[in-house]
Write a protein that binds this ligand. Structure first.
Ligand code: CA
Length: 422
């Protein structure tokens, strides 16, 4: 039976709850460690549990970057074995049961060792909305519909979900000020993105063809690219963002594999009148199934809400397929067209995934219209940008008739006050 068959049930009871993110059809990979244990283990989420793959006798290494390098047939075989063992009626149940640990009892880490980090800009509604704030007459730059725009970020400050970080300081210049000054960012923002994890590397000088691109992608996570808009506004020309972005980013713990996302593929289309991509970014398969239907949510929990036991407010909802102008395969093909080598564990940020409507925006820069309009929260508080103590929680899920709903878990990060001045 196909691993994505919606009729499959697991002997792990919590995995059969229809609202659960991790049914037996999902089987996302992540790294976890038990209390007091310094070493990370490789696990697969199932219901409210984690299956320790080494204890279950399925792998002999704790190196996730090695696992994600597996060729597609080998990783599909591993998925099949895990699925068989966790299904209702499996003869492996006793062995697998001994390898389960509750998610609540473990620390979840970064899903693998992150190599290089590239941040793209595929969210066309985000690019339009932000472009309008700066260039009302020509919000999109002329290259946008031809080039998947990106820049090289920094992997050293990518944090696991659940982490907190200090509000950044840096150079800012108020429009009416004669000179810049060093301040704590007053316009701290989140960015709703997906993280795309590279599995199989390519050699330097060997571009990846668009129809081979997905063989090099292991899975997808949620990703929050925290951004200091005041630092960004002063520093970003001419080479793009720098210190406004590299103080922290947060990634969710579970890599949802392309195999699990298979039932949620969609045709990829361009609006009438938009240019056809250049041949290296175009293929029949990409047009037929390049897009992925992933529902996305942003939740804001203020410190006051957390104290009151309030889970937070959902402040935006969008969808990867509606938001993205380029597909995952196009990003991989574009990144390597010049011969650039990708390595296992490299991370692509998708770019901010705002939907077409203003309330579907994936950043506060858009939701507050550049800080001019406050968001009204359910407990009476208001926000334009983030305050100290605020947490942002990203969620993602795929659902459609005829398939089992799968989820991405959550990507949570909390803002701490700025460090005292150096
Ligand atoms: Ca970004």
């Amino acid at each position: 039976m196909d691993c994505n068959d919606p009729a499959l049930q697991s002997w792990v009871a919590s995995a059969n709850d229809p609202a659960c993110d991790f049914p037996v059809q999902n089987l996302p990979y992540g790294r976890f460690r038990r209390a007091g244990d310094p070493d990370w283990c490789i696990g697969v989420a199932i219901g409210e549990q984690v299956l320790d793959l080494r204890r279950a006798g399925l792998i002999d290494s704790s190196d996730m970057n090695r696992l994600i390098r597996l060729a597609p047939p080998a990783r599909q075989a591993l998925r099949e074995t895990i699925s068989q063992g966790l299904r209702e009626g499996s003869d492996q149940r006793a062995k697998f049961q001994a390898a389960l640990v509750p998610q609540a009892d473990v620390e979840l880490g970064l899903p693998c060792q992150i190599g290089d980090y590239t941040d793209f800009y595929v969210g066309i509604h985000h690019a339009l909305a932000v472009g309008k704030q700066f260039r009302p007459d020509a919000p999109l730059l002329p290259n946008y519909k031809w080039v998947p725009i990106g820049y090289h970020g920094r992997a050293s400050t990518i944090n696991a979900s659940g982490s907190s970080f200090h509000r950044p300081r840096g150079q800012t210049k108020a429009p009416d000020a004669a000179e810049p000054a060093v301040t704590a960012s007053a316009r701290l923002d989140f960015e709703l993105e997906l993280g795309i994890l590279i599995g199989r590397p390519n050699s330097q000088g060997a571009p990846i063809a668009i129809d081979d691109a997905e063989q090099h992608v292991f899975g997808i996570t949620l990703f929050n690219d925290w951004s200091a808009r005041d630092l960004q506004g002063w520093e970003y020309q001419p080479l793009g963002p720098f210190l406004s972005k590299n103080f922290a980013s947060t990634v969710s713990p579970w890599m949802v594999t392309l195999e699990a996302l298979e039932p949620f593929r969609k045709p990829w289309t361009r609006p009438e009148g938009d240019p056809r991509p250049l041949p290296y970014l175009d293929s029949q398969s990409n047009s037929e199934r390049g897009a992925i239907d992933i529902g996305l949510e942003v939740w804001l929990q203020t410190a006051r809400m957390a104290q009151a036991g309030h889970a937070g407010d959902c402040i935006s909802r969008s969808n990867f397929a509606d938001a993205a102008y380029w597909t995952v395969a196009q990003l991989v093909a574009h990144h390597t067209i010049n011969g650039c080598a990708l390595a296992s564990g490299d991370l692509f940020g998708s770019g901010t995934l705002s939907g077409p409507e203003p309330q579907q925006a994936g950043s506060l820069l858009e939701l507050s219209v550049g800080g001019k309009q406050s968001l009204q929260l359910s407990n009476g508080e208001t926000r334009t940008f983030l305050q100290d103590g605020d947490s942002i929680i990203l969620r993602g899920f795929c659902q459609r008739a005829g398939a089992r709903r799968i989820g991405f878990g959550e990507c949570r990060g909390t803002v701490l006050p700025a460090h005292p001045e150096a």
